[in-house]
Design a protein around this ligand. Structure first.
Ligand code: HEM
Ligand SMILES: C[C@H]1O[C@@H](n2cnc3c(N)ncnc32)[C@H](O)[C@@H]1O
Ligand code: SF4
Length: 353
């Protein structure tokens, strides 16, 4: 492969620093528990990985987990990534954040912190998170972020349990002065497999994503639908009805992004160094203990398949929106065992039969 044929570098990497966690959420894709992690990358391996990422480009590096704050070298690694020119952010359940923790994260160059809130109150949130008091602790964590002037966003996973609370969560994110609300639609993987019957039905997906589109017109909060690739079709259908062109001026960053970014602009790296299209799709492109990150990103068959939208099967393969949506490859895999199959939670009928 010549230089000019090399794929674009990733724009965003989610890195599971550890699979360990102080909570035990019912939907956790990593089925995380408080048990000691086996085979975790050590500090020096972790730094080599950061070197390799930085030599390829300068993506946003999301320090995730498990719970990244249970790993003692989280600050050292954040600092290392920052010094290499990466935009390093942290994804946490918020329960371990104190003012001192936030100060150290700031010193390490962390630019933004995401806090997961799966309910507008303790009853719903603690029900998801498996630990009583998780909601109150996360709110205390948010107080600490605000007190130290750290930017933060709320991440919410949507299932049948909390669908009715999403407008309240949006209000809460607004009154808390968050920068953003990112919604994640449940992928039935890891412990989430047990929640498969709690996935919201496809027609509800359409409704909530249309609602999301409308809300964007009335808020300065950055609203992003993650793991909801249909949003990018719905946005275009709504814009067409409104007689609008979709452009960066009218629709911001969404206009130039697409639904599933797994393997094209995004990837996930597990605590043991497996490189995957995303954290919800247990297909492995390679392991950074055996190959460099760049080699895996550029050459893996899995990633090159995901970059070729002509390989999509079923409805997704025929769909006129395939370049902007692409379906959730993880949900297709969970339903059929084939990540190129059609997205099972989409009601749209492509024009081509
Ligand atoms: C700036 C702070 C941000 C934080 C803290 C954050 C946090 C997260 C977290 C926690 C995940 C799930 C990863 C995992 O643990 O499996 C995630 C996934 C993702 N985020 Fe963000 N994010 C941020 C910004 C962005 C931005 C600016 C984009 C825009 C492109 C973005 C796009 C995505 C995508 C595409 C995924 C992956 C979904 C998948 O797995 O298919 N994020 N983000
Ligand atoms: C990193 C973000 O991913 C969410 N998360 C964890 N497991 C799943 C799943 N199976 N499906 C969708 N989102 C999930 C967390 O709740 C957190 O907000
Ligand atoms: S979703 Fe996050 S907080 Fe919940 S168990 Fe998994 S790693 Fe822990």
């Amino acid at each position: 492969m010549t230089m000019s044929e090399e794929p674009n570098p990733p724009r965003l990497i989610a890195w599971e620093l550890t699979s360990r966690c102080n909570l035990s959420c019912v939907h956790c894709r990593g089925a995380s528990t408080d048990e000691k992690a086996i085979g975790e990358l050590d500090t020096s391996e972790a730094k080599t990985f950061i070197d390799q990422v930085a030599s390829l480009g300068s993506p946003i590096l999301i320090l995730s987990g498990g719970e990244p704050l249970v790993r003692p070298d989280v600050y050292e690694l954040a600092n290392y990534g920052t010094n290499k020119g990466l935009r390093v952010v942290l994804a946490t359940n918020g329960t371990l954040l104190e003012r001192e923790t936030v100060r150290k994260l700031k010193e390490a160059g962390i630019k933004r912190v995401s806090i997961s809130l799966d309910g507008a109150d303790s009853a719903t949130h603690d029900g998801f998170r498996g630990v009583e008091g998780a909601f109150d602790k996360a709110m205390e964590g948010i107080d600490a972020l605000k007190a130290e002037g750290m930017d933060f966003q709320i991440n919410t996973t949507i299932t049948k349990r909390n669908l009715g609370e999403i407008p309240r969560i949006l209000k809460m994110a607004t009154s808390l002065n968050a920068e953003a609300l990112h919604i994640f639609l449940l992928v039935p993987t890891g412990r989430g497999e047990n929640l498969a019957n709690e996935e919201i039905p496809p027609a509800e997906y359409e409704r909530i994503l249309r609602w999301f589109y409308e809300q964007k017109k009335h808020t300065s909060l950055e609203l992003k639908a993650t793991c909801a690739p249909h949003y990018f079709r719905i946005m275009r259908q709504c814009a067409e009805k409104e007689g609008m062109e979709v452009s960066i001026n009218t629709h911001g960053f969404d206009a130039v992004s697409r639904g599933c970014l797994g393997g094209t602009a995004f990837c996930f790296v597990s605590s043991t160094g497996d490189v995957q299209p995303c954290g919800y799709l247990p297909a492995i492109a390679g392991n950074i203990r055996n190959q460099s990150f760049g080699e895996i990103w550029n050459n893996s068959t899995l990633f090159n398949e995901l970059r070729d939208f002509s390989l999509l099967k079923g409805k997704c393969g025929k769909c006129e929106y395939k370049n902007v949506c692409g379906g959730c490859r993880a949900r297709a895999y969970a339903a059929t065992g084939d990540y190129l199959e059609e997205e099972p939670y989409c009601i749209y009928h492509p024009r081509q039969k």
